[in-house]
Design a protein around this ligand. Structure first.
Ligand SMILES: CN[C@](CCCC[B-](O)(O)O)(CCN1CCCCC1)C(=O)O
Ligand SMILES: [Mn+2]
Ligand SMILES: [Mn+2]
Ligand SMILES: [Mn+2]
Length: 304
């Protein structure tokens, strides 16, 4: 399947501006060329630009609702466009709030798509449970049908509708959940494999169970939302919310190799790379790892 790459230099879902430079850093590390080298037809759709809305007071604790809502409306249309071009859409971030738009856009183009959320976090705070007001900790609550009654319509989000069922998403790599999120996960029976589960069951079994939950017949388009902070901070240092004890490079690669090899992946987010955090060395390791994860998802194999 052909590939489309689109950049979302977006940072309004959290307080650190450097995440806006993620797309440029990932491109500079040679992503497009490396995809070419896989004999995949790849089209670069460039970066989306986001008009800044100055008058954007908080909604409760939630910061920048109008900016985040307007950006995600554009992101959704852009992602739908790439997928309707029959290209696997690679969305480069930018913070994880952008996945409100990437999931909405993917589901608009592929209504039966399912989601693997690879992250240290479950990002399912509602605007009322978030303790930080950073929308990058809430994107899942905006898209899940069963949470509709728990998520107020924020200014800037009037365009939005929920687009997946709780059973259509599985989380892998989780190790930092807020109390409100834990309540929601248990109340709605969301499928979540923590780092502890990986240590207990093994990654092969965890990945099998996650796929059995969201894609039992392996016949549904798959959206991989990869938050670079799923990986251990020793590897992915340049990110806004690092949490110790994350996925190794090998575990991260195994996940995307396995899921990619189904040939069912039609959307991938690579988010939360902040090239302005950490040392130059740490920035390079983080960005190069992001590129390696993406090329592995597209078929680059370590066994040649
Ligand atoms: C776990 N929830 C956090 C982090 C969200 C990370 C977003 B991601 O996209 O990078 O995954 C953290 C909330 N805690 C901050 C420290 C004090 C306790 C609450 C939040 O801000 O909601
Ligand atoms: Mn995270
Ligand atoms: Mn449905
Ligand atoms: Mn995240």
């Amino acid at each position: 399947q052909d590939v489309g790459v689109i950049g979302f230099p977006f940072s309004k879902g959290q307080p650190q501006p450097g995440v806006r430079s993620g797309p440029a850093a990932i491109r500079n590390a040679g992503l497009i060329e490396k995809i070419h080298n896989l004999e995949r037809d790849v089209k670069d759709y460039g970066d989306l630009d986001f008009e800044y809305i100055a008058d954007d007071p908080p909604y409760g604790l939630i910061k920048n609702p109008r900016n985040v809502g307007a950006a995600n409306k554009k992101i959704s249309a852009a992602v739908s466009n790439v997928i309707n071009d029959n290209r696997l859409c690679i969305s480069l971030g930018g913070d994880h709030a952008m996945s409100i738009g990437t999931l909405h856009g993917h589901a608009t183009a592929r209504p039966d798509m399912c989601v693997l959320w690879i992250d240290a976090h479950v990002d399912i705070n509602t605007p009322l449970t978030s303790m930080t007001g950073n929308i990058h900790g809430t994107p899942v609550s905006f898209v899940v049908h069963e949470l509709k009654d728990y998520v107020p319509v924020l200014p800037g989000f009037e365009w939005m509708n929920t687009c997946i069922h709780a059973k259509d998403i599985a989380f892998i790599g989780v190790r930092d959940i807020d109390p409100g999120e834990r309540y929601i996960m248990e109340k709605f029976g969301l499928v979540c494999y923590s780092i502890h589960d990986i240590d207990h069951l093994g990654l092969v079994e965890v990945l099998k169970r996650a796929m059995d939950n969201v894609n039992p017949n392996r016949d549904r388009p798959i959206h991989i939302s990869f938050d670079i902070d799923a990986l251990d901070p020793l590897l992915a240092q340049s990110t806004g919310t690092p949490v110790y004890g994350g996925l190794t490079f090998r575990e991260g690669m195994y996940i995307v190799e396995e899921v990619g090899s189904t040939g069912m992946v039609t959307g991938i987010d690579m988010v939360e790379v902040n090239p302005e955090l950490g040392t130059k060395f740490e920035q390079n390791v983080t960005v190069n790892t992001a590129v390696d994860v993406l090329t592995a998802a597209l078929g680059k194999r370590r066994h040649g």
